[in-house]
Design a protein around this ligand. Structure first.
Ligand code: NAD
Ligand code: ZN
Length: 348
């Protein structure tokens, strides 16, 4: 099959790799119809996240059709259209049962193989899905394939980021970073009752989306976000939602948050230490909430909201391309060229 494969720093290839096969009775094989490139793929692409085997099929955002199931898979059948969270989960361990599906004891991340172990990703014609009965959800006719695709990662991750920020009407919130995840965080914050949300980035096309979604945009290349927020809210924000993944934005989040406030960080930060010290955290009575979104848990919970059509999630999709053009898609998304926000790849 064809796939977009990782080959070291800024090198992704569209090439043939072996077709996946069932390896366990609980597996399913999915023929991918649509997949996407995520900010998380860029950490691998740029070499910030190291250790991924060369020739691994990249990506963890995909939807498709079931083409084969293992003998233990009863609830899915060949031909079902399915959506997937970006990591697998069993549905039975204590983490899955408590809703923290991202920490399932059997969890594996799509698109990450190290020392020959792990899972190929969804930027490929076919993908093997372990624990398929729980990992995959059938796509109901009430949502589009594109909505289903975003429901596998960025919609739940944004909602989760806001959820960790303990949203209350009347309080002050800031979202740092207006990529797909930050934009979904803005919508998630409003859905959970926020009334005042500032949104920081340096890319005008992304700030336009932030404003359209109801946030107050701050272009950090033009104005100092700290001054803008503190001029109106002298103590700072009640919570800051970080959706970038580096220490510069995390430090900004720290500077913006008020004493007793929360930083909710979903950005994947590959730095070796936090930018602020234990004493800094102490001095603000800071609550820091960090981690991988339990996407499988939230995608089911958020399905009715997505189906209701209340939010125009798919408006953030800036580019629709073919899988074979994915190398260009990576370069464009990485360089933020051509007002690129979210790249979708079709597998015909
Ligand atoms: P993206 O690269 O499209 O967006 C990042 C945005 O941050 C860009 O618009 C960029 O201009 C902006 N930015 C960079 N530095 C900034 C700064 N100092 N201040 C303000 N804005 C700044 O990526 P994305 O797809 O939106 O993903 C965002 C982050 O979320 C990534 O780190 C990704 O790995 C992470 N992520 C985490 C989870 C999770 O489960 N926790 C899931 C998905 C993605
Ligand atoms: Zn993702």
């Amino acid at each position: 099959m064809k796939a977009l494969t990782f080959h070291g720093d800024r090198t992704v290839r569209y090439e043939s790799i072996a077709d996946p096969t069932l390896q366990d009775p609980a597996d399913a094989l999915v023929k991918v119809k649509l997949c996407a490139i995520c900010g998380s793929d860029l950490h691998v692409y740029h070499g910030r996240e190291q250790g991924c085997d060369h020739a691994t099929a990249m990506g963890h955002e995909f939807v498709g059709k079931v083409v084969e199931v293992g003998k233990d898979v009863d609830r899915l059948k060949v031909g079902d259209l399915v959506m997937s969270p970006f990591s697998t989960s069993c549905g039975q361990c204590e983490y899955c049962l408590s809703g923290l599906t991202s920490r399932c004891i059997h969890s594996q991340l799509f698109g990450w193989r190290q020392h020959g172990k792990g899972l190929h990703g969804g930027q490929a014609e076919y993908v093997r899905v372990p624990q398929a009965e729980h990992t995959l959800l059938p796509i109901p006719s009430t949502i589009s394939l594109e909505q289903a695709l975003l429901l596998g990662d960025v919609i739940p991750t944004g909602y989760f980021c806001a959820h960790q920020a303990d949203i209350n009407p009347g309080k002050v919130y800031v979202v740092v970073g207006c990529g797909a995840v930050g934009l979904m965080t803005i919508l998630g914050a409003f859905e959970q009752g926020a009334t005042t949300v500032y949104a920081i980035d340096t890319l005008p096309e992304r700030l336009i989306f932030a404003e359209a979604f109801g946030a107050i945009p701050i272009d950090a290349s033009v104005r100092d976000p700290l001054q803008v927020v503190k001029a109106i809210h002298s103590q700072g924000a009640d919570a800051v939602m970080e959706a970038v993944g580096n220490n510069e934005s995390l430090q900004l989040a720290y500077n913006l948050v008020r004493p007793g406030g929360i930083i909710s960080m979903v950005g994947v930060n590959t730095a070796s230490t936090l930018p602020f010290s234990p004493a800094d955290a102490y001095d603000k009575n800071l609550t820091l909430k960090v981690g991988r979104c339990p996407a499988r848990f939230f995608m089911q919970k958020l399905l009715p909201m997505v189906a209701s059509g209340k939010y125009d999630y798919t408006s953030i999709i800036s580019h629709r391309m073919e899988l074979r053009d994915g190398v260009t898609g990576y370069a464009m998304f990485s360089e933020k060229k051509d007002k690129c926000v979210k790249v979708l790849l079709h597998c015909s």
